[in-house]
Design a protein. Sequence first.
Length: 371
Amino acid sequence: MGDFLSFRLFQVGENSVTVSSLLVFLAILAITWIAARVARKIVAERLLARTNLAIGARYSVGRVLGYLIWFAGGTLALNALGINASSLAAFGAALGIGLGFGLQDIVKNFFAGIIVLLERPIMVGDRIEIDKVNGDVVEIRTRSTVIRTNDDVFLIVPNSKFITDIVTNWSFRSNRIRFRVPVGVASDSHPREVESALVAAALRCDGVLPEPPPSVYFRGFGDSTLDFELLCWTSQMLHKRPAFVSELNFAIWEELSKAGIAIPNPQRDLHIRSAEGLSFLKDSRAPTARPAWNLHLFRAEGAPMNRDEIDGKKNNLAGRVKEAAGTLTGNKELESEGADQRAGGAVEEGLGKARRKVGEALEDLGNEVKR
């Protein structure tokens, strides 16, 4: 058994690594792993839990303590192998080359994690936004940080991103933040009545803080609206921002409806500057009891017309109908080349009226001919 434990496995510098020294090395690493976990839990979850430190600060202290224990345990484990600082010189040079090629990102994320734990720009429990993703910081590991979204999706983010990228921390130093909700109302609404309705809507929501009180800004005049903005503070709904905004919108709609204030739809007025052949649209609201073209089948003295005169009237009417159809067709082509849809509707309405008037005129002409 003694020969087995003293069996030389490999050489590190001038020192020989035996089976016994390797077992001692592994035992020290195992004890270090257990000691680091136990110390982190005792310090972060028991001792510091009795203080006023935030959960993120307690987590950072526990993590740093675990790293220190690992550093001390690793040093003892290397000494058990007979590897001292001088022996690590050559190993360190080789390790530096390896870090430069393959382990650069790992080392960068490791030291970025230590910086995050020491500077604490983010902590466990914070609500952050990175790369347009919102979530809660669940754990800060050696290489990465775990973030959980409201959909219970976990994101693994490298620690270096929190050092090099822009990160929005919604709960940094304080959980109180201000929300802004834009609201547009009808242009004939009274601004002070709108302000009162919006403040009442904000105070109805449970998550809105009474101090500082909600406020309303009159932002300006839109195309068909008066633009307002409701500002209110909250500290309870920080982790449920979409739900909080939805609750505010429900309350705003109810208060505006109660006050008789309308939320208009977008409107556009179409002004036709040139509409040759559509002049009858000006009087579209007036009743049209008689057709636009009157057929005079009797002479001024009251005598009936003969067949030739009637045929002449018919030819004259056909010329008028052809001219009107050409004018309306030209307007129809303009509409097809990109005019507004409402102009197209006006042209269709004009065509229908023209068809009805021509039909009425032809019917009157037929009735007079039968006589």
